[in-house]
Design a protein around this ligand. Structure first.
Ligand SMILES: CC(C)(COP(=O)(O)OP(=O)(O)OC[C@H]1O[C@@H](n2cnc3c(N)ncnc32)[C@H](O)[C@@H]1OP(=O)(O)O)[C@@H](O)C(=O)NCCC(=O)NCCS
Length: 190
């Protein structure tokens, strides 16, 4: 796995542009990250403007991927400077094991069009081709069917159900793991 990968200015797909999150995304991020339904399965409560500002100033401000727990956060827009449809993140889950983790959130009005899968597929390519990951995982609440479908569409294998392994917003929750190895991803016909 490569050291200190700096994010590209943009990752483009057929319909989307992924760019490192920044101040220009603030109000649109707040619009959906303050929504209780959107946050139901996320590890945080509905966010305030202060939460968004803190996120933009801390984790989302990180600009390289290298050590364990480093991450890159991208805002996802329709090509040509359209609205922010959501945001995606790639973490280094374990540097020594060359394992990365992906996360995805869409604003409610942009669901059901394949944008999460399309953005995450681009991030998966980035994880294997640019970062050089050995394995990529996605973790979710087992009740989060929409997220499990994204992982399955990307080709990730439903791999494990960890029972009450995490305390999320004060409650013990089960965690469903999906994963794909680099060699498995390269073998997917495209
Ligand atoms: C998880 C989440 C991102 C999934 O969003 P989504 O819109 O269902 O997923 P996609 O953007 O990949 O869209 C897929 C759907 O669009 C449909 N679709 C419509 N047009 C499409 C197109 N042109 N191309 C691809 N899919 C299309 C697909 O059939 C699929 O519908 P289905 O799931 O009913 O079969 C969304 O529910 C969300 O943001 N939830 C809240 C945050 C969250 O829980 N995040 C995950 C934490 S682990």
């Amino acid at each position: 796995m490569r050291d200190a990968v700096v994010p590209p200015d943009a990752i483009r797909t057929d319909r989307l542009e992924l760019r490192p999150l920044g101040a220009r995304d603030r109000d649109e991020l707040l619009a959906y990250r303050s929504d209780p339904e959107t946050c139901r399965f996320l590890p945080f409560a509905p966010q305030t403007a202060e939460d968004i500002d803190r996120y933009l100033a801390t984790r989302a401000a990180r600009r390289h991927l290298g050590e364990t727990d480093s991450s890159l956060s991208f805002g996802v827009r329709l090509v040509g400077g359209g609205p922010l449809v959501g945001d995606v993140i790639v973490f280094v889950r374990s540097r020594v094991d060359e394992c990365l983790e992906l996360g995805w959130v869409l604003s409610p009005e942009h669901r059901g069009a394949g944008y999460a899968t399309e953005a995450a597929a681009a991030l998966l390519r980035f994880a294997f081709d640019t970062v050089g990951a050995h394995r990529v995982v996605a973790r979710m609440d087992p009740a989060n069917d929409a997220s499990a479908k994204v992982a399955a569409r990307l080709g990730l294998r439903r791999e494990a159900l960890l029972v009450e392994a995490e305390r999320v917003k004060g409650e013990w929750r089960d965690t469903l793991y999906f994963a794909i190895l680099e060699r498995e991803w390269r073998a997917i016909p495209r």
